[in-house]
Design a protein around this ligand. Structure first.
Ligand code: NCD
Length: 328
């Protein structure tokens, strides 16, 4: 961490200067803190649109994999807080395509920016970057590893939609049944979300094709945390008792064999018909992009929360940026 603190930074702020690499950094009290700040961000955006909390701060958005929501919501978050962004989303046009190493690229960008958001195809890349960086690194997806900021916005959405979080009453998720559906093997969002949920008294249904089951190391964590979960290939069995249905895309880019991908890509399609068997207050979520797992007709259903989920992403990322930059 820099010895010379920029004017006005709160050195005592708990997340000041810290990297966000994994959801394991967040205990329930931290989640309540993040959600409290995100809640304030939502109020402020509603009232004034943008404000100057991060005026003068610069974020580098370094994306080695495609992104729509994560990249643009971090940009929107930074700009609504009065900061600015260096976007590097086409690494093939940067020196990375000349063979520059990740540490060198990170050391370069931190010479210009105050914080780096990194998406990389390799698991562990964010941790590696955080090792060499003196400024905060925020993991925006490291291969099939984690996607912590997505899991935070997912949890914020679950809690908001089901009335399980208010700044006054705090966060309580006990007793909920959450069904994770689709590609649980390669989907990093469900890896992070399952880990985060394991801190609460929730029940998990892990529904996937046989070849796309949740990895053993995550299930081991669930076991150690005493989380009750069932694995299944069948959505119908578990849907009626679910409070949350979290749908994911089959991660085409992680398959070596196109034919194997083709055999599972349409394994589950959630339609209006599917939802007839679900609770009236169930929440349907998806990190997006969707490529056929949720029919467009579902968008009309009040239970479809995925567009609200995206919006929450901006508030949660505003909160995280303010925290690591010492302003919250
Ligand atoms: C996800 C990702 O990149 O892991 N997208 C996102 O950030 N919202 C999910 C996906 O690509 O399927």
């Amino acid at each position: 961490m820099s010895k010379h603190l920029p004017f006005g930074d709160r050195r005592d702020a708990p997340w000041y200067g810290q990297s966000i690499v994994s959801v394991s950094q967040f205990a329930p009290a931290d989640l309540e803190y993040v959600f409290g700040v995100a809640h304030e961000m939502r109020e402020m955006v509603g009232r004034v649109g943008s404000f100057d909390l991060l005026k003068g701060k610069l974020l580098a958005n370094l994306f080695y994999e495609p992104s729509t929501r994560t990249a643009s919501s971090f940009t929107a978050a930074m700009m609504r807080l009065g900061g600015a962004v260096i976007p590097i989303n086409e690494v093939r046009y940067s020196s990375v395509s000349k063979g520059e190493s990740l540490p060198d690229t990170i050391r370069t960008l931190e010479a210009y920016a105050d914080c780096i958001v990194l998406r990389h195809p390799q698991m562990g890349a964010a941790a590696e970057a955080a090792q060499v960086a003196r400024k905060p690194i925020i993991n925006a997806g490291d291969g099939v590893g984690e996607h912590p900021t997505q899991a935070l916005l997912d949890l914020f959405t679950i809690a908001s939609e089901l009335g399980r979080y208010t700044p006054k009453a705090g966060l309580s998720l006990d007793g909920l049944t959450v069904t994770l559906l689709g590609d649980l093997k390669y989907g990093r969002t469900v890896h992070s979300l399952a880990r985060l949920l394991s801190q609460f008294g929730v029940r998990l249904n892990l529904v996937s094709p046989d070849i796309l089951k949740m990895p053993t190391h995550i299930k081991d964590e669930l076991d150690r945390a005493d989380v009750r979960y069932v694995e299944s290939t069948n959505l119908e069995d578990v849907l009626p008792a679910s409070d949350v249905l979290y749908v994911t895309r089959v991660q085409k880019e992680r398959f070596e064999d196109e034919a194997v991908y083709a055999s599972v890509k349409d394994a589950y399609v959630v339609t209006r018909e599917t939802l007839k068997a679900a609770k009236a207050a169930m929440v349907v979520m998806h990190p997006f992009p969707r490529v056929g797992e949720i029919a467009y007709e579902v968008d009309q259903d009040p239970r479809a929360a995925y567009f609200r989920q995206m919006e929450n992403g901006m508030y949660v990322r505003m909160a995280l940026l303010a925290m690591v930059l010492g302003k919250a």
